[in-house]
Design a protein around this ligand. Structure first.
Ligand code: HXC
Length: 260
């Protein structure tokens, strides 16, 4: 358990922060004292999420942004700096995905997912990294990936390719930006009990049981467990960890479990 107010005075930007894991991480960072900017394409996601955080006493700024558009990402960075005056942490949680046979994946479908997962992560990382370097205070980045980035992911080729790129980006920047006091890491959640995952991956009891049987620990992960791991990597407890991937999946990928 991190000490209360571990992130006091610090500012976190969380993409995909309006829903699911992104929201969970934003709330936990806020409970630990951070001020948070919630970034999502959809104002209907980030506006109520920011209201919810404010009601908990957490200072939150909703910034509707399509992370696939570099000019919108630049504007988001400028807005965060104008509002909060600084930026210390970035969590790249925004993603797009769907299950499809690779031979039926269209060029547009491939491009849409790679543009948000890989290009969007780069655009956000770039503006955060520039600020971390120019300010002289460094910073920390956590990217959300999936184990099919290294095992391969039948029926999620688009996402697997993009997440593999994010892992390579993480390792590259973990080395290259270390002298600036910037740490870059990934968390790789397995099936985690969110509304989105439930609808996409286990809409009924039969598919739920089949998926749980692939997880040695025998259950789905919780948003709390994944958020705790993200906060750990963003905290001083992890000051000697960079370019790393922390898997939080109840042993699923070791057992060969995936969407296959
Ligand atoms: C097949 C699909 C599709 C689907 C989109 N496409 N959804 N193809 N099955 N379910 C194809 C379209 O046909 C189109 O190609 C192209 O992708 C672009 O579609 P658009 O409707 O224009 O969507 P767009 O908004 O540009 O981008 C698609 C997206 C988006 C990136 C997937 O829906 C998105 O951002 N979703 C965010 C929410 C999300 O996906 N969350 C999952 C996060 S991971 P054509 O050729 O027809 O023009 C998660 C864990 C579970 O929750 C993961 C399960 C795998």
């Amino acid at each position: 358990m991190l000490p209360e107010k571990s992130f006091a005075g610090q500012v976190a930007v969380v993409t995909g922060g309006g829903t699911g894991l992104g929201y969970g991480i934003a709330e936990k960072l806020g409970r630990l004292g951070a001020r948070v900017a919630l970034v999502s394409r959809n104002p209907e996601h980030v506006n109520p999420a920011a209201d919810k955080l404010q009601a908990l006493g957490i200072e939150a700024l909703p910034v509707p942004t399509d992370i696939r558009q570099p000019d919108q990402v630049e504007a988001m960075g400028a807005k965060v700096l104008e509002h909060f005056g600084r930026m210390d942490m970035l969590v790249n949680s925004a993603a797009g995905n769907f299950i499809v046979d690779s031979e039926k994946l269209s060029v547009n479908g491939f491009n849409a997912v790679v543009a948000s997962v890989l290009h969007g992560t780069f655009y956000c990382t770039r503006i955060a990294g520039l600020h971390f370097i120019e300010s002289g205070h460094g910073g920390r980045i956590v990217n959300i990936v999936a184990s099919y980035a290294w095992t391969g992911g039948p029926k999620t080729l688009h996402s697997a390719v993009a997440k593999a790129g994010v892992v390579a980006m993480t390792r590259t920047l973990g080395m290259e930006w270390a002298p600036y006091g910037i740490r870059v890491n990934c968390i790789s959640p397995g099936p985690t009990d969110t509304d989105g995952a439930r609808q996409a991956l286990w809409p009924d009891e039969e598919s739920s049981a089949r998926l749980r049987a692939q997880i040695p620990v025998g259950r789905f992960g919780t948003v709390d467990e994944v958020s705790d791991a993200a906060c750990y990597l963003l905290s001083p407890y992890a000051d000697f960890i960079t370019g790393e991937v922390l898997v939080i999946d109840g042993g699923q990928w070791l057992g060969g479990g995936s969407l296959r």
